[in-house]
Ligand binder design. Sequence first.
Ligand SMILES: NC(=O)C1=CN([C@@H]2O[C@H](COP(=O)(O)OP(=O)(O)OC[C@H]3O[C@@H](n4cnc5c(N)ncnc54)[C@H](O)[C@@H]3O)[C@@H](O)[C@H]2O)C=CC1
Ligand SMILES: N[C@@H](CC=O)C(=O)O
Length: 369
Amino acid sequence: MNALVEDLRTSPAHGGAIPRPVAQARLALLGTGTVGSAVLARLAAWQDSGFAPGLQLAHVANSRRAVDGEAGLAPGLARARLDGSDQASRLDDVPAALRGAGKSIVVDATASAEVAARHAAWLEQGIHVVTACKLARGTSLAGWQAVEVAKSRGGSQYGDAATVGAGLPLLRSIRDLRAGGDRIHAVAGVLSGSLAWLFNHYDGLRPFSGFVRNARDAGYTEPDPREDLSGEDVRRKLLILARAAGVALEQEAVEVTSLVPPDMAALGRGEVDAALPRLDPLLRQRYAQAYKNGEVLRFVARLEQGRARVGLESLPADHALAGGAGTDNRVAIWSDRYRDQPLVIQGPGAGAEVTAAGLLDDVLRIAAS
Ligand SMILES: NC(=O)C1=CN([C@@H]2O[C@H](COP(=O)(O)OP(=O)(O)OC[C@H]3O[C@@H](n4cnc5c(N)ncnc54)[C@H](O)[C@@H]3O)[C@@H](O)[C@H]2O)C=CC1
Ligand SMILES: N[C@@H](CC=O)C(=O)O
């Protein structure tokens, strides 16, 4: 914490988390990796403190196994129960596991296209979906529209705060501006937490590939870091933001400049780690050029004048998009009311804990609605 800012946790006025009465809701958590484990940890902490007592964990699954708990699984024990379970993970079983009193909510903490393909069907059945996975809304326009149609048919809600900015109030701000009558003119910024971290740390001296391994091990990258390095993950985030802003973009409309050499893009997942040093020559050269110009490298997404593009840019160090530290996303939004000076939103844009918090904020919002 910044020493100039008083730490409110130690202030006498700080009262801790207020127990929150939540109407009963049954949750199915899909994915117990980096993000899913943090969801379980947050639910376990809530259970200990008595916060949000109405939430009941009815089903937990990873790609191989599943475990059900009709009366609710203890979040702190769910991983151990899952590891010892002989129940196979089957997406067809999810609706039945959620049957019971209160709202039914699927929490998608996977990176699975197969799970994303179920979102619309669940919504249509009245099951709410909260997701960190961008594949349902950030790929084809038809996929995005299918979610919209299914929500209105099923009277269900879709919590997507964690899909962009790991829960930062980005989508919410764009939707609030539009709900207040504003048109969104442009959006530009750093949308990748892992790439932000990489370009905040890379010094042109040590190999870029080593930093990629560190970002992966810290849980900032996608399960396959090429998703980040190729710009594909940022493309999905920009598409989600653009569509929320009222711009119905097809995924091919985003110009993406990848950092991944073609020979590395073609490799199998298991071969990626050994091939990471293939990134080093291009990044060393881009860094040296930027350094010579007194600039910094940032991986930027832009939606301006109907044109959408994503790629590495060399920016003056005092440029509005160059600020921030760590995994910070930094996004500028221009609208009718923010015509000259944009609204700028900055904060950590990757990491298990912030993402889990973003997912559970959406769960609480839906449970309370
Ligand atoms: N790591 C981060 O900082 C952030 C991640 N996200 C998103 O969160 C999602 C999860 O990311 P990680 O936790 O890093 O991935 P991970 O690879 O650590 O975990 C993925 C989990 O999904 C499970 N899974 C795969 N297919 C499944 C299926 N059919 N049914 C049930 N479970 C299945 C896997 O077994 C694993 O437990 C991704 O979509 C990612 O884009 C979003 C914001 C930030
Ligand atoms: N891999 C992503 C994680 C969040 O979506 C990123 O680096 O931003």
